[in-house]
Design a protein around this ligand. Structure first.
Ligand code: MG
Length: 372
Protein backbone atom coordinates (compact mmCIF):
# COMPACT_ATOMS: atom_id res chain seq x y z
CA UNK A 1 0.00 0.00 0.00
CA UNK A 2 1.55 3.27 -1.10
CA UNK A 3 1.28 6.11 1.38
CA UNK A 4 -0.03 9.45 0.18
CA UNK A 5 2.43 12.35 0.09
CA UNK A 6 0.50 13.99 2.94
CA UNK A 7 0.73 10.89 5.18
CA UNK A 8 3.27 10.37 7.96
CA UNK A 9 6.19 8.51 6.41
CA UNK A 10 8.10 6.51 9.01
CA UNK A 11 11.48 7.06 7.36
CA UNK A 12 10.93 10.82 7.65
CA UNK A 13 10.07 10.76 11.37
CA UNK A 14 11.35 13.64 13.46
CA UNK A 15 12.79 10.88 15.59
CA UNK A 16 12.87 9.73 19.20
CA UNK A 17 14.01 11.68 22.22
CA UNK A 18 16.82 9.18 22.80
CA UNK A 19 18.57 8.01 19.63
CA UNK A 20 18.18 4.30 18.95
CA UNK A 21 19.33 2.03 16.13
CA UNK A 22 16.60 1.73 13.46
CA UNK A 23 13.99 -1.03 13.81
CA UNK A 24 15.05 -4.06 11.79
CA UNK A 25 11.93 -5.75 10.45
CA UNK A 26 9.33 -3.11 11.28
CA UNK A 27 8.70 0.52 10.51
CA UNK A 28 9.32 3.00 13.32
CA UNK A 29 5.57 3.47 13.82
CA UNK A 30 4.98 -0.29 13.98
CA UNK A 31 7.64 -0.38 16.65
CA UNK A 32 5.80 2.36 18.58
CA UNK A 33 2.52 0.46 18.30
CA UNK A 34 4.24 -2.69 19.58
CA UNK A 35 5.82 -0.86 22.52
CA UNK A 36 2.42 0.50 23.49
CA UNK A 37 0.81 -2.96 23.38
CA UNK A 38 3.62 -4.35 25.57
CA UNK A 39 3.38 -1.53 28.13
CA UNK A 40 2.01 -1.85 31.65
CA UNK A 41 -0.26 1.15 31.13
CA UNK A 42 -1.95 -0.60 28.23
CA UNK A 43 -2.84 -3.67 30.31
CA UNK A 44 -4.27 -1.42 33.01
CA UNK A 45 -6.87 -0.13 30.53
CA UNK A 46 -8.72 -3.43 30.90
CA UNK A 47 -9.77 -2.47 34.41
CA UNK A 48 -10.43 1.21 33.93
CA UNK A 49 -13.88 2.71 33.51
CA UNK A 50 -15.16 4.09 30.25
CA UNK A 51 -18.65 5.00 31.56
CA UNK A 52 -19.53 2.00 33.67
CA UNK A 53 -17.23 0.96 36.49
CA UNK A 54 -15.57 -2.33 35.71
CA UNK A 55 -17.46 -4.42 38.27
CA UNK A 56 -20.89 -3.25 37.04
CA UNK A 57 -21.02 -5.80 34.23
CA UNK A 58 -18.84 -7.97 32.04
CA UNK A 59 -20.19 -6.73 28.71
CA UNK A 60 -19.70 -2.99 29.07
CA UNK A 61 -16.82 -1.26 27.35
CA UNK A 62 -13.67 -0.70 29.31
CA UNK A 63 -10.91 1.70 28.32
CA UNK A 64 -9.19 -1.25 26.69
CA UNK A 65 -12.04 -2.34 24.43
CA UNK A 66 -12.78 1.33 23.75
CA UNK A 67 -9.18 1.86 22.61
CA UNK A 68 -9.39 -1.22 20.36
CA UNK A 69 -12.57 0.12 18.75
CA UNK A 70 -10.93 3.49 18.16
CA UNK A 71 -7.94 1.75 16.56
CA UNK A 72 -10.18 -0.35 14.34
CA UNK A 73 -12.23 2.60 13.08
CA UNK A 74 -9.09 4.68 12.64
CA UNK A 75 -7.26 2.00 10.67
CA UNK A 76 -10.15 1.45 8.26
CA UNK A 77 -10.34 5.14 7.44
CA UNK A 78 -6.54 5.49 7.26
CA UNK A 79 -6.39 2.78 4.62
CA UNK A 80 -8.92 4.47 2.36
CA UNK A 81 -7.12 7.81 2.66
CA UNK A 82 -3.67 6.20 2.13
CA UNK A 83 -2.59 7.46 5.54
CA UNK A 84 -0.24 5.58 7.82
CA UNK A 85 -2.28 2.83 9.48
CA UNK A 86 0.44 1.92 11.95
CA UNK A 87 0.73 5.45 13.27
CA UNK A 88 -3.06 5.82 13.46
CA UNK A 89 -3.25 2.57 15.40
CA UNK A 90 -0.40 3.52 17.74
CA UNK A 91 -2.05 6.85 18.59
CA UNK A 92 -5.46 5.20 19.09
CA UNK A 93 -4.10 2.50 21.38
CA UNK A 94 -2.20 5.04 23.48
CA UNK A 95 -4.70 7.90 23.55
CA UNK A 96 -6.26 6.97 26.89
CA UNK A 97 -3.18 5.65 28.73
CA UNK A 98 -3.25 8.64 31.06
CA UNK A 99 -6.82 8.16 32.21
CA UNK A 100 -7.40 7.87 35.93
CA UNK A 101 -9.59 5.16 37.44
CA UNK A 102 -13.35 5.86 37.27
CA UNK A 103 -13.38 7.75 33.98
CA UNK A 104 -14.02 11.48 33.83
CA UNK A 105 -15.15 11.66 37.45
CA UNK A 106 -11.71 10.43 38.49
CA UNK A 107 -9.93 12.92 36.27
CA UNK A 108 -12.04 15.83 37.55
CA UNK A 109 -11.39 14.87 41.16
CA UNK A 110 -7.65 14.48 40.64
CA UNK A 111 -7.48 17.78 38.75
CA UNK A 112 -9.26 19.44 41.67
CA UNK A 113 -6.79 17.87 44.16
CA UNK A 114 -3.86 19.08 42.03
CA UNK A 115 -5.21 22.62 41.60
CA UNK A 116 -2.41 24.18 43.66
CA UNK A 117 0.21 21.85 42.18
CA UNK A 118 -0.06 22.38 38.42
CA UNK A 119 -3.34 20.51 37.82
CA UNK A 120 -4.00 17.14 36.25
CA UNK A 121 -5.01 16.62 32.62
CA UNK A 122 -5.43 13.14 31.16
CA UNK A 123 -4.02 13.94 27.69
CA UNK A 124 -0.87 15.32 29.23
CA UNK A 125 -0.77 12.31 31.53
CA UNK A 126 -0.93 9.94 28.53
CA UNK A 127 2.17 11.67 27.22
CA UNK A 128 3.77 11.45 30.67
CA UNK A 129 3.13 7.69 30.72
CA UNK A 130 4.89 7.11 27.39
CA UNK A 131 7.64 9.70 28.00
CA UNK A 132 8.48 9.07 31.63
CA UNK A 133 6.44 6.69 33.74
CA UNK A 134 6.80 3.33 31.99
CA UNK A 135 9.84 1.53 33.39
CA UNK A 136 10.66 -1.05 30.74
CA UNK A 137 13.91 -0.18 29.05
CA UNK A 138 17.49 -0.18 30.28
CA UNK A 139 18.53 3.03 28.58
CA UNK A 140 15.62 5.39 29.07
CA UNK A 141 12.45 6.09 31.02
CA UNK A 142 9.16 5.73 29.18
CA UNK A 143 8.70 4.09 25.79
CA UNK A 144 10.82 6.54 23.78
CA UNK A 145 8.21 6.89 21.04
CA UNK A 146 8.55 8.83 17.80
CA UNK A 147 7.67 12.51 17.68
CA UNK A 148 4.63 11.83 15.45
CA UNK A 149 3.16 9.33 17.91
CA UNK A 150 3.69 11.71 20.83
CA UNK A 151 2.20 14.57 18.81
CA UNK A 152 -0.93 12.46 18.24
CA UNK A 153 -1.26 11.42 21.88
CA UNK A 154 -1.21 15.05 23.02
CA UNK A 155 -4.66 15.96 21.75
CA UNK A 156 -5.27 18.98 23.95
CA UNK A 157 -2.95 21.02 26.07
CA UNK A 158 -3.24 24.28 27.96
CA UNK A 159 -1.00 27.13 26.78
CA UNK A 160 0.70 27.07 30.17
CA UNK A 161 1.64 23.39 29.84
CA UNK A 162 2.44 23.72 26.13
CA UNK A 163 5.24 26.16 26.96
CA UNK A 164 7.00 23.45 28.95
CA UNK A 165 6.92 20.93 26.11
CA UNK A 166 9.32 22.48 23.57
CA UNK A 167 8.72 21.54 19.94
CA UNK A 168 5.78 19.28 20.83
CA UNK A 169 3.89 22.09 22.57
CA UNK A 170 4.41 24.67 19.83
CA UNK A 171 1.27 23.91 17.86
CA UNK A 172 -0.92 24.88 20.82
CA UNK A 173 0.79 28.26 20.91
CA UNK A 174 0.84 29.03 17.18
CA UNK A 175 -2.43 27.37 16.13
CA UNK A 176 -1.01 24.68 13.86
CA UNK A 177 -2.42 21.19 13.36
CA UNK A 178 -1.05 17.74 14.02
CA UNK A 179 -0.66 15.03 11.33
CA UNK A 180 -3.74 13.65 9.56
CA UNK A 181 -3.21 10.40 11.47
CA UNK A 182 -3.56 12.33 14.74
CA UNK A 183 -6.64 14.23 13.52
CA UNK A 184 -8.11 10.91 12.43
CA UNK A 185 -7.49 9.14 15.75
CA UNK A 186 -9.28 12.03 17.45
CA UNK A 187 -12.44 11.69 15.35
CA UNK A 188 -12.31 7.87 15.47
CA UNK A 189 -12.42 8.29 19.25
CA UNK A 190 -15.58 10.38 18.96
CA UNK A 191 -17.25 7.91 16.57
CA UNK A 192 -16.36 5.00 18.86
CA UNK A 193 -17.53 6.42 22.17
CA UNK A 194 -20.76 7.99 20.94
CA UNK A 195 -21.83 4.70 19.42
CA UNK A 196 -20.66 2.30 22.07
CA UNK A 197 -22.14 4.47 24.79
CA UNK A 198 -25.52 4.19 23.05
CA UNK A 199 -25.08 0.42 23.06
CA UNK A 200 -23.88 0.23 26.68
CA UNK A 201 -26.51 2.73 27.78
CA UNK A 202 -29.30 0.64 26.29
CA UNK A 203 -27.84 -2.58 27.65
CA UNK A 204 -27.71 -1.10 31.14
CA UNK A 205 -31.33 0.05 30.90
CA UNK A 206 -30.36 3.60 31.88
CA UNK A 207 -31.54 4.90 28.52
CA UNK A 208 -34.29 3.53 26.30
CA UNK A 209 -35.10 3.24 22.59
CA UNK A 210 -38.07 5.56 23.18
CA UNK A 211 -35.81 8.28 24.54
CA UNK A 212 -33.36 7.85 21.68
CA UNK A 213 -36.15 8.54 19.18
CA UNK A 214 -35.44 12.24 19.77
CA UNK A 215 -31.93 11.79 18.32
CA UNK A 216 -32.14 12.22 14.56
CA UNK A 217 -29.07 10.18 13.66
CA UNK A 218 -30.41 7.28 15.71
CA UNK A 219 -34.04 7.47 14.71
CA UNK A 220 -33.31 7.68 10.98
CA UNK A 221 -31.48 4.36 11.09
CA UNK A 222 -33.96 2.82 13.53
CA UNK A 223 -36.74 3.44 11.01
CA UNK A 224 -34.80 1.82 8.18
CA UNK A 225 -34.03 -1.29 10.23
CA UNK A 226 -37.57 -1.64 11.62
CA UNK A 227 -39.01 -1.34 8.13
CA UNK A 228 -36.69 -3.98 6.69
CA UNK A 229 -37.00 -6.34 9.68
CA UNK A 230 -40.35 -5.74 11.43
CA UNK A 231 -39.94 -8.72 13.79
CA UNK A 232 -36.34 -8.15 14.75
CA UNK A 233 -35.39 -8.70 18.41
CA UNK A 234 -34.32 -5.67 20.41
CA UNK A 235 -30.72 -6.84 20.82
CA UNK A 236 -30.27 -7.23 17.07
CA UNK A 237 -32.16 -4.02 16.37
CA UNK A 238 -29.76 -2.03 18.54
CA UNK A 239 -26.72 -3.53 16.89
CA UNK A 240 -28.13 -2.97 13.40
CA UNK A 241 -28.76 0.69 14.24
CA UNK A 242 -25.35 1.22 15.82
CA UNK A 243 -23.48 -0.35 12.91
CA UNK A 244 -25.41 1.86 10.48
CA UNK A 245 -24.64 4.96 12.54
CA UNK A 246 -20.93 4.12 12.59
CA UNK A 247 -20.99 3.50 8.86
CA UNK A 248 -22.82 6.78 8.17
CA UNK A 249 -20.31 8.74 10.28
CA UNK A 250 -17.34 7.04 8.63
CA UNK A 251 -18.66 7.55 5.09
CA UNK A 252 -19.45 11.19 5.78
CA UNK A 253 -16.02 11.75 7.28
CA UNK A 254 -14.35 10.12 4.28
CA UNK A 255 -16.28 12.20 1.78
CA UNK A 256 -15.73 15.48 3.60
CA UNK A 257 -12.05 14.76 4.18
CA UNK A 258 -11.38 13.70 0.59
CA UNK A 259 -12.94 16.95 -0.58
CA UNK A 260 -10.85 19.01 1.82
CA UNK A 261 -7.66 17.24 0.83
CA UNK A 262 -8.51 17.85 -2.84
CA UNK A 263 -9.06 21.54 -2.08
CA UNK A 264 -5.93 22.10 0.02
CA UNK A 265 -3.61 19.66 -1.78
CA UNK A 266 -1.15 19.26 1.10
CA UNK A 267 2.15 17.98 -0.32
CA UNK A 268 3.63 16.65 2.91
CA UNK A 269 2.98 16.24 6.62
CA UNK A 270 4.31 19.79 7.07
CA UNK A 271 1.71 20.99 4.59
CA UNK A 272 -0.91 19.25 6.73
CA UNK A 273 0.41 20.91 9.88
CA UNK A 274 0.04 24.31 8.20
CA UNK A 275 -3.47 23.69 6.83
CA UNK A 276 -6.78 24.06 8.62
CA UNK A 277 -8.53 20.97 9.94
CA UNK A 278 -8.61 18.46 7.09
CA UNK A 279 -10.15 15.41 8.75
CA UNK A 280 -13.71 16.45 9.41
CA UNK A 281 -17.42 15.69 9.25
CA UNK A 282 -19.75 17.69 7.03
CA UNK A 283 -21.61 20.50 8.82
CA UNK A 284 -24.84 18.51 8.97
CA UNK A 285 -23.15 15.36 10.30
CA UNK A 286 -21.20 17.42 12.84
CA UNK A 287 -24.52 18.79 14.10
CA UNK A 288 -26.04 15.31 14.30
CA UNK A 289 -23.04 13.89 16.11
CA UNK A 290 -23.20 16.82 18.53
CA UNK A 291 -26.89 16.17 19.18
CA UNK A 292 -26.15 12.54 19.99
CA UNK A 293 -23.35 13.57 22.31
CA UNK A 294 -25.66 16.00 24.09
CA UNK A 295 -28.31 13.32 24.46
CA UNK A 296 -25.79 10.99 26.07
CA UNK A 297 -24.56 13.73 28.36
CA UNK A 298 -28.06 14.67 29.55
CA UNK A 299 -29.49 11.17 29.81
CA UNK A 300 -26.63 8.76 30.43
CA UNK A 301 -23.62 10.51 31.94
CA UNK A 302 -25.94 12.58 34.17
CA UNK A 303 -28.22 9.67 35.04
CA UNK A 304 -28.57 9.45 38.81
CA UNK A 305 -27.14 5.96 38.93
CA UNK A 306 -24.04 7.04 36.98
CA UNK A 307 -23.84 10.18 39.15
CA UNK A 308 -23.89 8.14 42.34
CA UNK A 309 -20.93 6.11 41.13
CA UNK A 310 -19.16 9.25 39.93
CA UNK A 311 -19.56 10.95 43.29
CA UNK A 312 -18.35 7.85 45.10
CA UNK A 313 -15.36 7.74 42.74
CA UNK A 314 -14.51 11.38 43.42
CA UNK A 315 -14.64 10.76 47.15
CA UNK A 316 -12.27 7.78 46.82
CA UNK A 317 -9.78 9.78 44.73
CA UNK A 318 -9.88 12.79 47.08
CA UNK A 319 -9.43 10.67 50.19
CA UNK A 320 -6.54 8.72 48.68
CA UNK A 321 -4.87 11.96 47.63
CA UNK A 322 -5.28 13.58 51.04
CA UNK A 323 -4.06 10.50 52.88
CA UNK A 324 -0.83 10.28 50.85
CA UNK A 325 -0.22 14.02 50.97
CA UNK A 326 -0.54 14.16 54.73
CA UNK A 327 1.54 11.04 55.28
CA UNK A 328 3.89 10.21 52.37
CA UNK A 329 5.13 7.13 54.21
CA UNK A 330 1.82 5.46 53.33
CA UNK A 331 3.04 5.29 49.73
CA UNK A 332 4.46 1.95 48.55
CA UNK A 333 8.27 1.84 48.75
CA UNK A 334 8.90 2.24 45.02
CA UNK A 335 7.22 5.68 45.07
CA UNK A 336 9.01 7.01 48.16
CA UNK A 337 12.13 8.27 46.38
CA UNK A 338 10.20 10.20 43.74
CA UNK A 339 7.91 11.53 46.48
CA UNK A 340 10.88 13.27 48.06
CA UNK A 341 11.49 15.20 44.84
CA UNK A 342 7.86 16.11 44.13
CA UNK A 343 5.23 14.72 46.48
CA UNK A 344 2.04 15.94 44.82
CA UNK A 345 3.04 14.84 41.30
CA UNK A 346 4.16 11.44 42.59
CA UNK A 347 0.85 10.96 44.38
CA UNK A 348 -1.06 12.03 41.24
CA UNK A 349 0.96 9.61 39.08
CA UNK A 350 0.35 6.79 41.55
CA UNK A 351 -3.40 7.43 41.73
CA UNK A 352 -3.76 7.98 37.96
CA UNK A 353 -2.07 4.64 37.32
CA UNK A 354 -4.56 2.74 39.48
CA UNK A 355 -7.27 0.58 37.97
CA UNK A 356 -10.80 1.01 39.35
CA UNK A 357 -10.60 -2.03 41.55
CA UNK A 358 -7.07 -1.28 42.73
CA UNK A 359 -8.19 2.20 43.80
CA UNK A 360 -11.12 0.73 45.72
CA UNK A 361 -8.87 -1.84 47.37
CA UNK A 362 -6.25 0.75 48.27
CA UNK A 363 -8.99 2.95 49.72
CA UNK A 364 -10.23 0.05 51.84
CA UNK A 365 -6.70 -0.71 53.01
CA UNK A 366 -6.30 2.88 54.16
CA UNK A 367 -9.74 3.56 55.57
CA UNK A 368 -11.54 0.35 56.51
CA UNK A 369 -11.40 -0.33 60.22
CA UNK A 370 -11.50 -4.04 59.58
CA UNK A 371 -8.90 -5.34 57.12
CA UNK A 372 -10.36 -7.34 54.28
MG1 MG B 1 -11.01 7.83 24.18
Amino acid sequence: MTLAAYAAHPELTKGRRHAEPPAQARSEFQRDRDRIVHSTGFRRLEYKTQVFVNHEGDLFRTRLTHSLEVAQIGRSIARVLALNEDLTEAIALAHDLGHTPFGHAGQDALNECMREHGGFEHNLQSLRVVDQLEEHYAEFDGLNLCYETREGILKHCSKENAKQLGELGKRFLNGRRPSLEAQLANLADEIAYNNHDVDDGLRSGLITLEQLAEVELFERHAMIVRKAYPDISERRLVHEIVRRMINALVMDLLQTTQQRIADHKPQSIEGVRNSGELIAFSDSMRAESKALKKFLYDNLYRHYRVMRMSEKAKRIIRELFDAFMSEPRLLPTQHQEKAQENLSRTVADYIAGMTDRYAMREHRRLFAVEED
